[in-house]
Design a protein around this ligand. Sequence first.
Ligand code: DSN
Length: 422
Amino acid sequence: MSDYPFIEKQDPEVFEALEGEEKREAEGIELIPSENYVSKAVREANSSILTNKYSEGYPGKRYYGGQQFTDMVETLAIERAKQLFGAKYANVQPLGGANANIAMYFALLEPGDTILGMDLSHGGHLTHGHPVTYLTKIFKFVRYKMKNPDTGEIDYDEMRKVALEAKPKIVLAGFSAYPRELDYAKFVKIAREVGAYSVMDVAHIAGLIAGKAVKNPFDFGFDVMTTTTHKTLRGPRGGMILTRESDEIGKKMDKMVFPGLQGGPHMNNIAAKAVAFKEAQTPAFQKYAAQVLKNAKAMAEVFKKRGVRLLTGGTDNHLILADVFGSLGVTGKDAETLLDQAGITLNKNSIADDSRGPMDPSGIRFGTPAVTTRKFTETECARVAELMVDSLEKKDDTSVQKSIREEIRQLCVKFPIPDSHV
Ligand code: DSN
């Protein structure tokens, strides 16, 4: 029976799209490092009755009546988030990672203030100051980069120099395409030296932090963390803000998220966050997070062995950035299309100092959060990596491409997407 019996009856067009996506996800391998498969419990909460309810405000301080149960779920989400990340404060209302970052900037800064963030082409995110965002009309962004894209080492001396000159109010760590761990202590030291807040956007690695597979920036004195909840953390789509101490910063965040920037929170989504955070508190989730890293390393090793240049030389987290144009003469866009036809979804990505444009860059970005949820181990991940390089090397050989598609299909049958994560 379909998962969507009511939609099937009532709205065949939407039903067709949902069924198509069910099949696409079941029959293909998801390597986009910011995607994952949530449990059925998370999906149930997300499509629950709480979508009916308006709850402007915070638990115990709402503007409308009827909040007995919304207060329960939001409090559960907040307390679980605090416990997971060692935070004293959490705001679980931001609708996404960008919204969380925007609220964080507006809470901590005045228009015209400066933020020091990672250059987008070296791994930073759009909301960290890319000129296409409206944020750059309000704040001034200065940047740091890698000293050497082949090792991934950040140029901390240059970063300090820029900080001393530009006097940012926020020193921002975090990335969407950087495969290494940051030296958190250096960020905090520079931030304190110039009197700035230290903020880490952990969107990509939140699940790895919660699962104790990588370091927690709060242990190094970061003031604030922002995140999405749907990547390695394996929750519903959404955002969150956490602070290390329970102080003025948290109060500023609360005011800025609501009423500063948002209206009624999506309580169904907050219930789903609460469910996901409970899953992330389990030993099984810690095992999952550790396996994500092992699987990424296994894929990276194959690419290196096959002569494909990896940005930063490898990976310490869940993602890998490969220079497929430089190594194999296939552009990022062509690689994305070719692998999509083989049933492998990933994304084209600019690499540091890319000579090509962002719509058809030199690189691809891929990662292991979703396949690890599917219970792939290093063996399957290494095999998929071999198939990826085979496909890129023999892009015009239709029989090779066909047999790769078939092998991917079989792997998907052998490793179905699980309903439950506990
Ligand atoms: N779109 C997300 C990613 O793929 O990293 C970041 O916003």
